[in-house]
Design a protein around this ligand. Structure first.
Ligand code: F6P
Length: 400
């Protein structure tokens, strides 16, 4: 009988999940394993959970989302770890590969104490891993999990959206507050610098409406229009999330962020009466950041990470994580023991990686040179904004 291994995808989907699954399926086939795909995250290994034999031909690595579907099922909160292990054993699964972000890995690490498990990370939030060691210079090669598969594609969607918005922002002299996902981490928001965002507001720095109003005013005076990109997870002075609706909690007890751009627009209209209130717009990018096809770098890295996880299972590694590293040769996956990848709090929950403070210039609301160094292997050099006729010194007549 062929050895059976299992795989599942948990948490929010990304564009690169099918690519990771493809890498896993190809390597499993090569090594003679039968691969069982459990559907809808951790729900798939519980009573009533659904599964099927996952072969490479079923998976299109260029298609976003996950063929296995996903959920935010929390086996710890519902006390269902033992049931999951029993079911995996009943199906003769000898090792499991959960693909997920902090929540999925929190469950996975608890499960891994009793069941052979290796992990592959994914999340558009880019908040699983460790920043480079603190200090004056940034050693990018020491960053643990340089990026989470799924992040580069989501960042590229943010970049394209903001770049496209620049045209209408110019034509109609708008002040647009764009809201990006990422929960408490500002990575995705910061990537908007490559879409030529004027101002970037991340959750790692407390939101100060008066300061932001000043910065918007300055940009508006300079160029007649402004695009500010804000993280959904920014907090007010009291440390509270800025949400428009009633606070909603997910299965892991996190308050769901959303709607801060609308609150900011109202706050800016009051503080900036000199700008016509009809110029302001809020735009929530929402699922447009997570959907659709992966970019090439993300897809290929995800495939390689998936394949490496299977290889390490075959080699007998347990509790390893396929992470991404940056070397002189480029971006590649390596397996690391879980303790080197994740820090956990006293409840066992994975602590999310915040934006490295060196990557963000809080004074200028923008990417710092170190931040540009981080993004360079993903998106190259920072593009330049097209200058307005006034900025180019073109003489503009006025009918009197
Ligand atoms: O964690 C990924 C993520 O996309 C966050 O950036 C966002 O806050 C959240 O998921 C949205 O989740 P949902 O799909 O439940 O709306």
């Amino acid at each position: 009988m062929r050895k059976k291994i299992g795989v599942l995808t948990g948490g929010g989907d990304t564009s690169a999940l099918n690519a990771t699954l493809k890498g896993i399926a190809l390597k499993a086939e090569e090594l003679g394993f039968e691969l069982v795909g459990f559907m809808e995250g951790w729900r798939g290994v519980l009573k009533g959970g659904r599964y099927f034999t996952l072969t490479p031909d079923l998976i299109d690595e260029n298609h976003g989302g996950t063929i296995l579907k996903s959920s935010r099922t929390n086996l710890i909160a519902s006390n269902k770890l033992d049931e999951a292990i029993e079911n995996l054993k009943k199906l003769n699964i000898s090792g499991l590969i959960p693909i997920g972000g902090d929540d999925t890995l929190t469950v996975g690490t608890a499960l891994s104490e009793q069941f052979t498990t290796v992990f592959v990370t994914k999340t558009i939030d880019n908040d699983v891993g460790m920043n480079p060691p603190a200090g004056d210079s940034v050693d990018y090669s020491k960053m643990v999990n340089y990026f989470c598969p799924g992040f580069p594609s989501a960042a590229s969607r943010v970049i394209n959206a903001v770049r496209d918005l620049r045209t209408t922002t110019y034509s109609h002299d708008r002040v647009i507050i764009v809201e990006a996902m990422g929960r408490d981490a500002g990575w995705l928001t910061l990537s908007a610098a490559y879409g030529l965002a004027d101002l970037i507001v991340v959750p790692e720095v407390p939101y100060q409406p008066d300061r932001l109003a000043e910065a918007i005013k300055e940009k508006h005076t300079e160029q007649g229009n402004v695009i500010a990109v804000v993280s959904e997870g920014i907090r007010n002075d009291a440390g509270e999330l800025m949400i428009t609706s009633q606070a909603e909690l997910d299965a892991f007890g996190h308050t769901k962020p959303g709607g801060c751009s609308e609150i900011i627009v109202e706050a800016m209209k009051t503080r900036l009466p000199e700008i016509s209130s009809s110029a302001f717009r809020a735009l929530i990018l929402g699922y447009m950041q997570r959907c659709g096809s992966p970019i090439e770098l993300d897809r290929d890295t995800a495939i390689n990470a998936g394949a490496l996880a299977v290889r390490s299972l075959a080699d007998g590694m347990v509790n390893g994580v396929a992470t991404i590293t940056r070397t002189d040769a480029g971006i590649e996956p390596i397996m690391l023991p879980i303790e080197q990848v994740l820090k956990r709090d006293e409840t066992g929950h994975v602590i999310r990686r915040s934006l490295d403070p060196r990557f963000y210039d809080a004074e200028r609301y923008h990417l710092s040179p170190e931040g540009a160094g981080y993004f360079r292997p993903l998106f190259g050099d920072l593009p330049r904004r097209r200058r307005n006729p006034e900025e180019r010194g073109i003489e503009i007549g006025e009918i009197v």
